[in-house]
Design a binder for this molecule. Structure first.
Ligand code: MN3
Length: 342
């Protein structure tokens, strides 16, 4: 009986191991780090349990479902978020939901530092006058957020602190955040599921209470790592709209030519020239300013003008291809290597 039982147990363990392995998913839920009731009386245990084990879990499950079997499965979450709008609602909402809640649990703590310290403290004072005025600014952003969303303290690509609120599960990493882009270091969830059981419709009371459980030490650590993160430069480049606009025309004309289709470039060479001019006149983000970039931008305008002339003269396919390829080769100096994203 005993032997039989053990054999059975081993089988079960093996089967569950194999099953777990075969359904292994790329994103997972980190442990909370404190118990559901640890943030009482400011955030009640039932809210925490439902919020973490049901709401966050659902974003995670749906994110894993959305990326399963696609290229996105192997892309780091932050990278998915940078292009969230482009990648569609499933990744935007659930990737945002997973990222935002992971950050949220991390900056809450029953016994964390009650005040910012060091560089974070002095930069808050410089940027917002005082911690109190930062809290007021964030509470105002949260209180006026219509419907569901978040309010953020984040680091801009210029390495400044800023406050913004975003709808739904958006956040400043995303293309969707437009002029409020950067890396969030503190976020407050203002969805009703974050406070309704205890505070009902009184969002203001929740916002007043939550500052008691913000762990400023964690926020300080997030600040330090955001300042050093290569993601800031990725966001800065992504926010360079004129570059994206040019890239779009380049991608939609060059790749067809590689496949022998010259129709797009023959129709859009004038548009490409316009976009190149807009790009060379656009504000180059601080960390991209260099003589090489300036030269590359001028080369793009010259190259686009030559190409447009060839198209206007109805030049042969080989001539067009040669000119466009040369233009395409100039582009990586600014863009980085041509990705498969388009
Ligand atoms: Mn939530």
């Amino acid at each position: 009986m005993n032997i039989k039982f053990s054999f059975f147990t081993i089988c079960i363990v093996l089967v569950s191991f194999i099953t777990t392995e075969s359904i292994a998913q790329p994103f997972s839920l980190s442990p909370l780090g404190y118990s559901y009731d640890a943030l009482e009386p400011y955030i009640d245990a039932q809210t925490m349990e439902i919020h973490y084990s049901k709401h966050h879990q659902a974003y995670l499950n749906n994110l894993n479902k959305a990326v399963a079997g696609t290229k996105a499965e192997k892309v780091p979450l932050e990278e998915l978020l940078v292009a969230a709008e482009k990648r569609g609602n499933a990744i935007r909402n659930n990737g945002g939901g997973h990222y935002n809640h992971t950050l949220f649990w991390n900056i809450l703590s029953p016994a964390g530092n009650k005040l910012p310290e060091g560089k974070l403290a002095s930069d808050i004072a410089t940027t917002f006058m005082s911690l109190d005025s930062l809290k007021k600014l964030m509470n105002a952003g949260a209180a006026t957020r219509f419907g569901s969303g978040w309010v953020w303290l984040y680091v801009t690509p210029e390495k400044k602190l800023a406050v913004a609120s975003t709808p739904n599960q958006d956040n400043p990493i995303m293309d969707a955040a437009k002029e409020n882009r950067g890396i969030p270091i503190l976020g407050i969830d203002v969805w009703e599921h974050a406070y309704y059981l205890k505070y009902q419709n009184k969002r203001g009371d929740y916002l007043g209470a939550i500052w008691n459980v913000i762990d400023w030490k964690k926020v300080g650590q997030n600040y330090e790592s955001a300042l050093k993160s290569p993601l800031l430069k990725v966001i800065e480049k992504d926010a360079w709209q004129a570059l994206k606009d040019f890239h779009m025309v380049m991608a939609q004309t060059f790749h067809p030519v590689e496949e022998g289709n010259y129709k797009p470039i023959r129709e859009r060479s004038g548009e490409m020239l316009d976009k190149a001019k807009l790009l060379s006149n656009s504000k180059v983000p601080a960390s991209f300013q260099s003589p090489e970039i300036t030269k590359a931008l001028n080369d793009l305008v010259d190259g686009s003008a030559k190409l447009d002339k060839l198209v206007t003269k109805k030049a042969k396919d080989e001539k067009i291809k040669e000119s466009l390829t040369k233009l395409h080769d100039t582009f990586p100096i600014i863009q980085g290597l041509c990705s498969d994203e388009h």
